[in-house]
Design a protein around this ligand. Structure first.
Ligand code: ZN
Length: 487
């Protein structure tokens, strides 16, 4: 009896390799943590031999927009991700990151959205990464450095003004330190109160560190409603000035009077692409979710409370019903519930569909794992794209959808050995049934795993087998390759 040649062979699958190219029938072999062969492996043996006839074999999905900064440490099984076929997450989005932050009090304001306790913050990028590595999460993770976090660290509670030149210099230095240690870049959330008073110039000054060290710029823009065009222009200007790639986060047009404006925004982005590198991410829902903010309530058809510190009993209830209970107006209820989070029914399906199928649109869940009653995007994003938008509505081909979940994402984030199924690439693999895959998470029951995802490998190790999470925790911290020559 000869020793098996490979650790794993997946036989008779339909390979969708993440490049956007057409699917093809092939066997896929894994040796160690790498894809060893793709082709006909008849006669080759493996320790684990799985017949995947009728199933799609694709790269593991890359969730480019997450707030998993704390989840990776406190719930490292990452069940919400593994059950969707996600093998890599990018955290630190929307201006909020776990480092650098070492103020003694519990995380204030916006940081609470992501960190319910200070166990998950750290004064340096290296210390934060060490916490993640110690927790040994089931998926790979890369991190951005958040502008709101930088402001809170440098300016304390005094955030309703632009930073002084000295504070800006300190933030730029902190960002440089993170970039040298492998942060993927800078994220901003200029919409949010800790950063709203920041001028475009402040961000440009800080982002200059990206020109020196490399890295990308991701932006939760200043206004995704009436001023969406000006806000996109601002994000593009920052990227242009810093000479780096701009990623528009969770691109959307909010509020009924802005429905349909994705025609304009996508035209602007297409035009910008002619002169600078730009891409965007999107989640497949018409409801948004963040902290409870009056402006957003005013623009929404309905508002669902997702967490509420003073009144936990109001989680999972609609704001109008809560207001009736409290005998006040919804606006008065908002102030009684703080701090709190919410889901907002605030977008148009035609915009979501148009953005999903636009060139350069990557899939990112924007899931909020610390919420008591989270938006279903946390558990459903990727299977929902495959079920609802590929199979049921034919908005995207299977190849294009998978490209937006893997190869395209790896390209824009500079993940050179992930996001494609090819010999020598890391063995992050998702095996699913294209005829049954779908999301099951709903606004009523958000923490419901998807169906149709059969097996998931992370770095060659089975993280999900026959739809059931294993106890393997083979994820790695991904550090941006730091180029020493870049100046
Ligand atoms: Zn955001």
């Amino acid at each position: 009896m000869t020793r098996p040649h490979f650790d794993v062979v997946l036989r008779n699958g339909l390979v969708v390799d993440g490049t956007g190219g057409p699917a093809f029938a092939a066997d896929v072999a894994i040796a160690g943590d790498r894809i060893a062969r793709i082709g006909s492996l008849h006669g080759e043996s493996a320790v684990l031999d799985i017949d995947v006839r009728g199933l799609v074999v694709s790269p593991g999905f890359i969730d480019v927009h997450t707030h998993d900064d704390a989840a990776l440490i406190v719930r490292p099984q990452m069940t919400a991700k593994v059950t969707q076929g996600v093998t890599t997450v990018i955290a630190g989005n929307c201006g909020i990151s776990g480092a650098p932050y070492d103020r003694q009090s519990a995380p204030p304001g916006l940081l609470r959205l992501v960190f319910k306790s200070d166990r998950c913050t750290a004064s340096t990028f290296a210390d934060y990464v060490a916490k993640v590595q110690e927790a040994a999460p089931a998926v790979n993770a890369g991190f951005l450095t958040g502008h709101c976090t930088l402001r809170m660290q440098v300016m304390g509670d005094d955030l309703s003004r632009s930073a002084t030149p000295d504070e800006t210099k300190q933030m730029k230095q902190l960002l440089s330190d993170c970039l040298q240690l492998g942060s993927f870049g800078l994220s901003t959330g200029l919409y949010y109160p800790p950063a709203r008073a920041a001028t475009t110039g402040e961000v440009i000054e800080i982002a200059a560190a990206l020109r020196e060290h490399g890295g990308i710029y991701t932006s939760h823009i200043r206004d995704e409603a009436d001023r969406v065009m000006e806000s996109l222009e601002e994000a593009l200007l920052i990227g242009r000035e810093a000479g780096i790639r701009t990623i528009i986060s969770h691109h959307k047009c909010m509020g009924q009077r802005n429905f349909g404006r994705s025609v304009e925004t996508l035209a602007l982005l297409a035009e910008a692409k002619q002169r600078q590198p730009v891409a965007w991410d999107v989640y497949p829902y018409t409801a948004a979710s963040t902290v409870l903010i009056e402006d957003l309530v005013a623009m929404s058809s309905r508002t669902l409370v997702t967490w509420c510190d003073p009144h936990p009993e109001y989680c999972a209830r609609y704001l109008d019903a809560i207001a009736r209970d409290l005998g006040c107006t919804p606006v008065e209820a908002i102030s009684k519930l703080q701090p709190a989070g919410a889901v907002y029914f605030i977008m148009d399906e035609a915009d979501v569909t148009r953005i999903l199928s636009s060139p350069e649109a990557m899939i990112g869940s924007d899931g909020l794992p610390e919420d008591v009653h989270p938006h279903p995007r946390l558990w459903g994003t990727f299977p929902r794209v495959l079920g609802r938008y590929v199979r049921e509505r034919a908005v995207l081909s299977l190849e294009s959808a998978i490209h937006r979940m893997s190869g395209l994402s790896a390209h824009h984030f500079g993940l050179r050995d992930r996001g494609r199924l090819a010999e020598g690439m890391c063995a992050d693999v998702c095996i699913f049934d294209p005829t049954s895959v779908r999301d099951c998470a709903t606004f009523e029951r958000p923490a419901t795993p998807a169906v149709g995802i059969h097996h998931v490998f992370v770095n060659g190790v089975l993280a999900l087998r026959d739809g059931v999470p294993t106890d393997a925790r083979a994820g790695r911290v991904l550090l941006r390759r730091v180029s020493a020559t870049r100046r």
